[in-house]
Design a protein around this ligand. Structure first.
Ligand code: NAP
Length: 289
């Protein structure tokens, strides 16, 4: 489900397969005076997508490519980025966002490449599952750094050019864990809750600038996320969604300028119950798990 939102709206460009060129947003002001010209100028709208080597980010990249966008694809695994880019108008910008300067270097490389970023999809992320009392300190730092800090730094680097251009959209990939708090995913839940609060605050700050913020809130999604964190998804509910359904929700939110997108849509319900009646939510949780 997506919700009507504030900020900019993109008219979905016409599918180039049908002959028409996609519309490019106005690049005015995206570069400062005296900046070198972009190395890859394009009249297509430009999306910088992190986490594009796998799962949700890769599916989102394919969706934007199908809509005629130019893609700046980031992840660490270059060969998987190449797979995502196949057949698309795309440039690969491999980057380790866990490195201290990773976000800044990626943003600089992206803006050098095209001179503007119309949409940032911040999809890179990792999980960790297990009792909090056993979580190594290094893993606490790793999850918080990649899922929260690196994302905020990347937005900080990309935002001024969007604001100068008077349009753009930041898409943050949160999680239902950040809305309700999931047992044995305490740090991951905290990181995603941080993203949700950041989205809300930033959206208010950006009112009137033409730049919007979308928080995508997926439940479980069938990706390598669970294998990578070392614990499979083992709950009966909610049933995992496909990465392409999340990509569809991202596209819909961007093209309609929506603030939130829950996947599947009914996940708004537990988030609302917890927000409105936390006592009831906990009783239901204790009873039904
Ligand atoms: N799967 C779910 O159930 C689920 C549910 C809710 C929210 N999410 C969120 O959705 C986002 C995407 O997850 P996914 O399910 O698509 O998982 P995934 O298939 O494991 O993809 C994770 C992506 O993050 C990138 N990444 C990991 N560490 C990185 C680093 N240090 N620097 C740069 N990129 C890095 C990976 O790139 P490389 O492979 O190239 O390293 C990969 O492209 C995450 O933010 C996750 O928290 C997932």
């Amino acid at each position: 489900m997506t919700h009507p939102g504030s900020g900019s709206t993109y008219d979905p460009p016409v599918d180039p397969a049908h002959g028409a060129r996609p519309t490019a947003p106005t690049p005015a002001g995206a570069r400062g005076h005296g900046s070198p010209p972009p190395t890859d100028p394009t009249d297509r709208p430009v999306a910088l997508i992190t986490g594009a080597s796998s799962g949700i980010g890769a599916a989102t990249a394919r969706r934007f490519a199908a809509e005629g966008w130019h893609l700046l694809l980031s992840g660490r695994d270059r060969s998987r980025l190449e797979e995502t880019a196949a057949g698309a108008s795309a440039a690969l910008l491999p980057a380790d966002l866990a490195a201290p300067e990773g976000a800044r270097l990626l943003a600089q490389a992206a803006l050098r490449r095209t001179g503007r970023i119309d949409v940032l999809v911040a999809g890179a992320g990792i999980g960790w599952a297990g009792p909090f009392g056993t979580m190594p300190h290094t893993d606490i730092d790793r999850v918080l750094f990649l899922d929260l800090n690196a994302t905020l730094h990347l937005v900080r680097e990309v935002l001024p050019a969007m604001v100068a251009a008077g349009r753009g959209r930041v898409v943050l990939v949160g999680s239902v864990a950040g809305c309700v708090g999931v047992r044995e995913e305490a740090v991951y839940s905290a990181a995603k809750a941080g993203l949700a609060a950041f989205a809300e605050a930033l959206r208010q700050e950006l009112r009137g600038t033409g730049v919007g913020v979308t928080l995508v809130v997926p439940g479980p999604v069938e990706t390598r996320f669970f294998a990578r964190r070392g614990r499979p998804y083992d709950r009966a509910r909610p049933r995992p969604s496909s990465p392409s359904s999340v990509a569809g929700a991202v596209w819909e939110a961007v093209s309609q300028g929506r603030d939130d997108a829950y996947v599947p849509p009914w996940l708004t319900l537990p988030a609302r119950v917890r927000g409105l009646a936390p006592g009831l939510y906990r009783r239901l949780l204790n009873r039904f798990g």
